[in-house]
Ligand binder design. Structure first.
Ligand code: HEM
Ligand code: CA
Length: 303
């Protein structure tokens, strides 16, 4: 598909070292940054493939772009990608795409958090046109997505069911704002509580997200008790009725996915292997290569 494991070997052999060095201080000064980068990558790739479209700011403050979609609520750290790009640009001008930098950063975020070290191919190009928030609205999953939706999204990208269950294990790190679990707490029959939220956990969620906070964007809960460590606790939690989102709850009860959840909960290295191959599929699906798209100079601008 035009991607290669040695894409920058001649044109910018040091690029992965430059990115890693620039990331160090960001990871250390902001422990919430690795999950933010991982989600940022997913939200880029989900809309027209991984083409850095999510990084573009509206020119002259006019047309609202991808980030204006409410599905992108809570997406952070876009500006850090632009910063890292400017460091790369100083050494390898016009060579490395923003799309590839974002993949390197998300990959490093997983490793930094204790997850697998993933080998990914490069050679993606950046989108050259602005993307409407409407496309992001249509393509990004809603907070109350269930297992059917999960399997649909990721099998379309060539993943096996096992890989789809592994990629949602990304929720082993980071946070969820209370407003994203409003349905589960207020309309349980629609939001999926019926499918087994453990009572103690429900009480915890109600304490952390009191009624009045369900419409505020400032309250949040951590995705799992080891929210800064990329581990398999996501799966053991889900099995104990402690999944936060509907999809987190359903994967442990649906007959197609429950056996996979149990095996990932029992064997972290099996989860890591499946996550690594799923990550490669996520980050290579529907990308621009060759003469398609452009290499942007600044990640947040199209000109
Ligand atoms: C397709 C089903 C998915 C749904 C419905 C979903 C939904 C959500 C929601 C509602 C949040 C909370 C955001 C907030 O309140 O700030 C979240 C957070 C997160 N998601 Fe997903 N997600 C999905 C798939 C993925 C995938 C495939 C990845 C990565 C490969 C991912 C990575 C993350 C991360 C790391 C966070 C934490 C972000 C932070 O701490 O800022 N998610 N997700
Ligand atoms: Ca995109």
């Amino acid at each position: 598909r035009g991607l290669s494991y040695s894409f920058y070997q001649k044109s910018c052999p040091q690029v992965e070292d430059i990115v890693r060095a620039a990331l160090g201080p960001i990871f250390l000064s902001d422990p919430t940054s690795p999950p933010a980068f991982l989600r940022l990558l997913f939200h880029d790739c989900q809309v027209q493939g991984c083409d850095a479209s999510i990084l573009v700011d509206p020119a002259g403050g006019k047309t609202p772009l991808e980030m204006a979609s409410s599905k992108n609520f809570g997406v952070r750290k876009r500006e850090s990608i632009s910063l890292i790009k400017s460091v790369v640009e100083a050494q390898c001008p016009g060579t490395v795409s923003c799309a590839d930098i974002l993949v390197m950063v998300a990959r490093d975020a997983v490793a930094f958090s204790g997850g697998p070290r993933i080998k990914v191919p490069f050679g993606r190009r950046d989108s050259s046109r602005a993307t409407s928030y409407k496309l992001a609205d249509a393509l990004l999953p809603p907070a109350n997505l269930g297992v059917n939706g999960l399997l649909q999204i990721f099998t379309q990208k060539g993943m096996t069911i096992k890989e789809a269950v592994a990629i949602i294990g990304a929720h082993t790190i980071g946070i969820t704002h209370c407003l994203n679990i409003r349905d589960r707490l207020q309309r349980p029959e629609e939001g999926g509580r019926a499918r087994g939220m453990e009572p103690g956990f429900e009480a915890f969620l109600r304490l952390s997200c009191p009624e009045g906070s369900l419409f505020s964007n400032s309250t949040f809960v951590v995705n799992d008790p080891s929210a800064f460590t990329f581990d398999n606790h996501y799966y053991s939690n889900a099995m104990r009725g402690r999944g936060i989102l509907r999809v987190d709850a359903e994967v442990s009860s649906d007959s197609r996915t429950a056996p996979i959840v149990s095996s990932f909960a029992a064997d972290q290295s099996e989860f890591f292997r499946a996550f690594a191959s799923a990550f490669v599929k996520l980050s290579t699906s529907g990308v621009l290569t060759g003469n398609q798209g452009v290499i942007r100079k600044s990640c947040n601008r199209l000109d």
